[in-house]
Design a protein around this ligand. Structure first.
Ligand SMILES: Nc1ncnc2c1ncn2[C@@H]1O[C@H](COP(=O)(O)OP(=O)(O)OP(=O)(O)O)[C@@H](O)[C@H]1O
Length: 799
């Protein structure tokens, strides 16, 4: 077998890590970046545009009979999801995973585009909108990191809704875990969110002036100190992508409030430029450059003194009385950063909300195809709270994959009495426990420590070390006070996290007085943003005027209760998120996301990065091998060969496939015996029938669908034959009738000749009477009365 010629690695005759790698490498160098492992698609990032996309190629994958009819592709996965949705009426989800830079976001775009093509029965503005909103989301949610120039700094779940005929109804985007801390600082060589640079590159000098902005280098968070030189991004992003900046700004202007958006973005830059100095007189702090603060206040529609007050002092409510205390430099910096982060997060939430109202479409019952694109696993030189959140989310996703592909499958075999070899896989449940267990999991401990005003990152590390050091996945590298770090052995590798900043980022709350100042802004846009509650997952909800206390302390527990109820009502969900006390957006987000995924049939796409240099045609075997190993590719091949990817209850099987062995109207009981009768028609016999379900290999679904198609063709053929038979019978009768008529006419004509001679000879009453009788006689034999009438009238004329 030629290296790389096999499209489905589950069909390889020899199975070991080296053979696997050799095949993937050979395929990659032949520009075959997609490969199947049974029903799972492996996608290698080509880092170059390949000529394998576009509507024409997409059309060749539409309504595929067998996946093997075409080379592996993302299009085949989206087609399979769409076909499944139309056939079964069940929700579908495409789960796209892989480490940062592996190609998840690009794959997501390709899948979304193809799905909108698949259902494009008539041209609809909605199709275009679903595809077009993506650059806007990327402008606000993506940024350059050390690994990826266009890294998603948030997770998104795109739901595309269809009616029962497969027609497009609408779309919805859910956002998770936006890395809002990026607006106040980031690692070496990294950038702020793209939108800030687009603003400088796309706005005219007058527009910049209107927003009180000058040159990017004057701003701490986009200028030279943010890790790159201005010239570089103006020359690369500014010139090559200038068109796209204009496009983004144009799309934004469709929201009618572009000035409101620009004002908030400008205000964030001004706020993060603020610096505080110690004030000996008051033992508090003062703002170093008041003019910057005035610019920010102006942009936000606030009185400058009020903003200044709330930035340098705290107001607390003690038994109904307001107590004012002065901040120190650290707490003033924290408050400033919290304000900038809150502004950006709420603006991002608002953009997503606007996009959703744009995509809402028709409010009709229907089913969804969801596409999940979370920020991928990260391991930088310095890893902080953001990497921990992203990696914990990826840990949850890996667990979901393991549960789907291995654990639930093996459990079910046992329950149903199916003989299948036990496949060993690397279970990351203990890591999920480490993060999410209560009360002694990582996030619970972090939550607890965040509540103590005197706690510090050092006390947090002590707490973590004391409670988690029994776990083999956790270790505290050093007890020295210099080294504030700990290590976690993730499924995808060991990551060292540095604790400085953990507590503050986790607390992440805006002080009451800053919050109230924002709510009372003269800018309706700003006031509205701060009057909308934040959901348990951290997303901006629809506007509802509530006080700070209600938002912070009442809404969250309610959403917690809802989540707990959902957890209780879904046994699968409870095995994935069996941690009941949920307080933080990350846990809420994961719970909500898992609930969505569990409500759908999954299609897995595993993205793999071939090299760390972002180069085309460069395959680094160790890097790929590591990814194949930690994603469990070898084990997946084994279980796909030995196991049964599709498990259908008897009722559903009979409902779907009854036609194969029974008639359309025949009532058939959903028993093991009746299901077996239908399955016997399959060309391959490696299926199993359990106590309540049939167990099929992934290729059986295609075979069954093929049998159904054949049966349908037969039915149509029979119908055509029956219709032909009836039509032929009718034609024969008509022909016979016509022959009879011709004969009668002939007789009539002969008689007419005789009668005509008679008529000419003697025209008497008696003879006329004879003609009349003749007419009557012929008329009853021949329906062609009109002919008789003509003859009669001619006859009469002759008389
Ligand atoms: N199918 C593809 N064709 C061409 N280039 C691609 C493809 N997939 C990915 N790339 C290139 O790789 C880069 C990184 O891909 P992408 O942003 O999709 O990674 P990601 O897995 O979403 O990363 P992150 O988790 O950081 O968001 C893209 O900007 C693009 O240059």
């Amino acid at each position: 077998m030629d290296l790389g010629s096999v499209h489905d690695l589950a069909q390889l005759p020899t199975l070991d890590a080296k053979t696997l790698l050799d095949h993937i490498k050979a395929r990659y160098h032949n520009h075959m970046i997609y490969t199947y492992i049974g029903d799972i698609l492996i996608a290698l990032n080509p880092f170059v545009h390949l000529n394998i996309y576009g509507p024409d190629i997409g059309a060749r994958y539409n309504n595929l009979r067998f996946k093997s009819d075409m080379p592996p592709h993302l299009y085949a996965v989206s087609d399979s999801a769409y076909q499944n949705l139309c056939r079964t009426g069940n929700n579908q989800c495409c789960v796209i995973s892989g480490e940062s830079g592996a190609g998840k976001t690009e794959s997501t775009k390709i899948v979304v585009q193809h799905i909108t093509q698949l259902c494009k029965h008539e041209s609809s503005a909605l199709h275009a909108k679903i595809v077009q909103v993506n650059p806007l989301l990327e402008a606000f949610g993506n940024a350059k990191t050390a690994i990826n120039d266009n890294s998603s700094r948030f997770g998104k779940y795109i739901e595309i809704k269809f009616n029962t005929e497969g027609g497009l109804l609408g779309g919805k985007i859910s956002e998770y875990l936006l890395e809002k801390s990026r607006v106040v600082g980031r690692g070496k060589g990294e950038r702020n969110f793209h939108i800030f640079y687009y603003m400088f590159a796309g706005l005219s000098p007058e527009q910049l002036k209107h927003n009180l902005l000058d040159k990017p280098e004057y701003h701490r968070n986009v200028g030279t100190t943010s890790g790159y030189h201005e010239e570089r991004w103006v020359s690369t992003s500014g010139k090559t992508k200038h068109g796209s900046h204009k496009h983004i700004l144009f799309v934004l202007s469709c929201f009618q409030d572009i000035q409101g958006i620009l004002a908030i973005l400008a205000a964030i830059l001004h706020i993060t430029d603020l610096e505080f100095e110690y004030d000996q007189d008051s033992d508090g702090v003062y703002i170093k450059d008041e003019s910057i603060m005035e610019l920010a206040a102006d942009m936000l529609g606030l009185p400058a003194e009020e903003l200044a007050e709330s930035l340098i002092s705290n107001v607390t409510d003690v038994r109904g009385e307001k107590m004012i205390s002065l901040k120190n430099i650290a707490s003033a910096n924290d408050g400033r950063d919290a304000l900038a982060k809150a502004l950006y997060a709420r603006l991002f939430g608002w953009i997503v909300r606007q996009i959703n109202s744009l995509l809402k479409g028709l409010e009709m019952p229907g089913n969804c195809i969801g596409i999940l694109d979370l920020a991928g696993f990260e391991n930088f030189e310095v890893n902080g709270f953001e990497q921990l959140c992203i990696n914990a989310a990826n840990e949850q996703l890996q667990f979901y994959f393991n549960q789907n592909v291995f654990a639930w499958e093996l459990e079910e075999y046992k329950r149903e009495g199916i003989k299948a070899k036990d496949v060993k896989f690397t279970d990351n449940r203990s890591l999920l426990d480490l993060f999410l267990k209560t009360p002694l999991g990582f996030f619970s401990l972090l939550d607890e420590e965040s509540r103590f005003p005197q706690a510090s990152d050092r006390t947090l590390l002590e707490k973590l070390n004391k409670n988690l050091n029994s776990s083999k996945e956790f270790s505290c590298s050093s007890k020295s006070s210099q080294n504030q770090s700990f290590t976690i052995n993730h499924y995808a590798g060991q990551v060292v996290y540095h604790t400085p900043g953990f507590l503050e980022k986790n607390r992440d709350h805006l002080s009451q007085n800053l919050f109230e100042v924002m709510q009372n802004s003269e800018s309706q846009f700003v006031a509205d943003l701060f009057s909308s509650p934040i959901s348990g997952t951290g997303a901006l909800e629809n506007k509802l005027v509530l006080s700070f206390d209600v938002i912070a302390f009442k809404i969250l527990p309610l959403s917690v209760l809802r989540d707990q109820r959902e957890v209780g009502s879904n046994s699968k969900l409870s095995t994935l998120t069996y941690y009941t006390v949920i307080l933080f957006p990350i846990q809420n987000s994961l719970t909500e996301l898992m609930a969505k995924l569990l409500d759908a049939e999954p299609h897995f796409i595993r993205c793999i990065k071939p090299n760390n240099m972002k180069c085309a045609d460069l395959f680094q075997p160790e890097l790929v091998s590591k990814q194949l190993q930690y994603t469990g590719v070898l084990e997946t091949i084994k279980i796909r060969r030995q196991g049964f990817a599709t498990r259908i209850p008897f009722e559903a099987f009979m409902e779907r496939y009854k036609l194969i062995s029974y008639g359309l109207t025949e009532s058939v009981l959903p028993t093991a015996k009746n299901c077996t009768n239908s399955l016997k028609r399959l060309p391959s016999k490696d299926w199993e029938v359990g106590k309540n379900k049939v167990f099929l290999k992934y290729w059986h679904a295609e075979m069954l669908n093929d049998l159904i198609r054949e049966q349908m063709v037969r039915i149509v053929h029979c119908q055509r034959f029956a219709r032909g038979f009836i039509d032929r019978k009718r034609v024969r009768w008509l022909r016979k009738m016509s022959q009879q008529q011709t004969h009668d006419l002939k007789v009539f004509s002969n008689q007419l000749t005789t009668q005509g001679d008679l008529t000419f000879q003697c025209v008497s009453d008696q003879q006329a009477h004879d003609v009349q009788r003749l007419q009557e006689k012929v008329g009853s034999a021949c329906p062609e009365v009109s002919l008789i009438q003509i003859l009669t009238s001619r006859f009469a004329k002759m008389n």
